[in-house]
Ligand binder design. Structure first.
Ligand code: ARG
Length: 465
């Protein structure tokens, strides 16, 4: 019989028991549940609500349960609705009345909110760690291929030459923002609902500030109704995971493109590729595709919880039991994607020649040729037009801007001189982009320092719990 069965004459059916249970999911929160119960019991004793002997028995009994769960000896009873019932049931069976006093002044409503917040904080911290590992991998590749030039694209068309290091660093900034979002999710979870009881607080002289300190929360939640019904912190966590998975999907999309025979910019290591069961020649970027695909499921987790919470009246409603599965899944999925992406990035082979060969195609110097004229006094709009004619000429001849003779240039404008050839040099074009945040070597060197500095700072900001 369930721990709440006193006023019932009939039990639930086997089916509804299973349908209503959350144990298969929330058993992952056993450590948080035990920590929350220990803090509650110690506080009850200090406040004189239960005896110190009972509190000691509870503490020892919970430690033993934690050990038995960790060593796989604990048998979860299918009749237990959730982890709270499972732990309390076994505790009471083991230590008797003291176990039955643990739930004084507490409800599963504040209990589950407490456990889930502790769990969310832990997962934010794990994700921050994995986030920084991936940033290390990106920065290392950027350092190793600092000078490599590839075409920069807009509309997937060749636009202007950029440094490969600049391109990779763009992702480290996205991930740095994701780190901030994880910090925000951590801060949102860092408030204590314990002591709010079912919804209204309790008549026992509970000290909520004491459990707040014991559990490492920043502050107690000031409204008991809000405390038991707020799941914003999980939305914040899944949102942070969603945005970051979206970023990883962009990175992986590029890696997939770069590893096609059309691009040939990178070769993924065998450890991050798979073959085909029918086509012996195939080497597929499966893991990059999988990371790209996983973003769908993480974003789905976000939408699911948002819709679950929509229109819920105060305070606790059983709908809220649906909160954990998606949040646990989103965090696990993103953590796995971080680990996989970090391995894939650090082991991929970069092909600078293939990148450079593409950078030589598609008139990447065109903007700089127009700037050449503008810097010699021609209004930029007119210069744009002149270079447009030169590009058309190249298209007709099937050649590149570099293949044109000085006379071809002069035929369009007599502002062109022999030094126009230096305006066509890709290294010079890149190097000339000296603006802060631009792709010029000096600017990227500075950016690299900032990205590494930010990474160091962030590593120091990962909470210790
Ligand atoms: N298993 C429940 C959950 O995850 C715990 C809280 C249940 N409270 C209740 N009054 N039924 O939300």
């Amino acid at each position: 019989m369930a721990l709440w069965s006193g006023r019932f004459e009939e039990g639930v059916s086997e089916f509804t028991q299973r349908f209503g249970a959350s144990l298969p999911v929330d058993r992952q929160l056993y450590a948080q549940d035990i920590a929350g119960s220990k803090a509650h019991a110690a506080m009850l004793a200090r406040q004189g609500v239960i005896s110190h002997e009972d509190a000691l028995d509870i503490e020892a009994g919970l430690t033993e349960i934690e050990r038995s769960i960790e060593e796989g000896e604990f048998t979860f009873d299918v009749n237990d609705e959730d982890i709270h019932m499972a732990v309390e049931g076994v505790l009471t069976a083991n230590i008797g009345d003291a176990g039955a006093r643990l739930h004084t002044g507490r409800s599963r409503n504040d209990q589950v909110a407490t456990d889930t917040r502790l769990f969310a904080k832990k997962r934010c911290r794990d994700l921050m760690r994995a986030n920084t590992t991936l940033r290390h991998a990106l920065i290392k590749q950027a350092q190793e291929h600092f000078d490599v030039i590839l075409p920069g694209y807009t509309h997937m068309q060749h636009a202007q030459p950029v440094l490969f290091s600049h391109h990779l660093l763009a992702y480290t900034w996205m991930l740095a923002r994701d780190f901030e979002r994880l910090q925000a999710a951590y801060a949102a979870a860092d408030a204590n609902p314990l002591g709010s009881a079912a919804l209204a607080g309790t008549t026992y002289p509970l000290d909520r500030f004491q459990t707040t300190r014991a559990l490492g929360f920043d502050h107690p939640i000031p409204n008991s109704l809000d405390a038991v019904s707020d799941r914003d912190f999980l939305l914040d966590l899944i949102y942070a995971c969603s945005v970051s998975s979206m970023h990883l999907s962009r990175l992986c999309e590029e890696i997939i493109l770069w590893s096609t025979s059309e691009f040939g910019f990178v070769t993924l290591s065998d450890a991050y590729s798979t073959g085909s069961s029918i086509m012996p020649q195939k080497k597929n970027p499966d893991f990059a595709e999988l990371i790209r695909g996983k973003s769908g499921r993480v974003i789905g987790d976000l939408v699911a919880l948002l819709v679950t919470c929509k229109s819920l009246p105060l305070a606790y409603n059983k709908d809220l039991q649906e909160d954990k599965e998606g949040a646990i899944d989103a965090a696990q999925t993103l953590e796995d994607c971080y680990v996989c992406a970090a391995g894939m990035i650090s082991t991929m082979t970069v092909h600078p020649d293939a990148m450079m060969a593409q950078a030589r195609r598609g008139y990447l110097a065109a903007t700089d040729v127009a700037d050449y004229l503008a810097k010699r006094g021609m209004p930029f709009r007119q210069a744009h037009e002149v270079v447009g004619h030169l590009v058309l000429l190249c298209e007709k001849r099937g050649c590149d801007l570099e293949d044109l003779a000085l006379d071809d240039f002069k035929a369009e404008s007599d502002l062109f001189e022999a030094d126009i050839t230096s305006a066509l040099n890709l290294e010079a074009i890149v190097a000339a982009r000296t603006t802060y945040g631009g792709t010029g070597h000096a600017a990227v060197r500075q950016q690299m320092q900032e990205a590494s500095g930010r990474l160091d700072q962030d590593e120091g900001r990962i909470p210790r719990l």
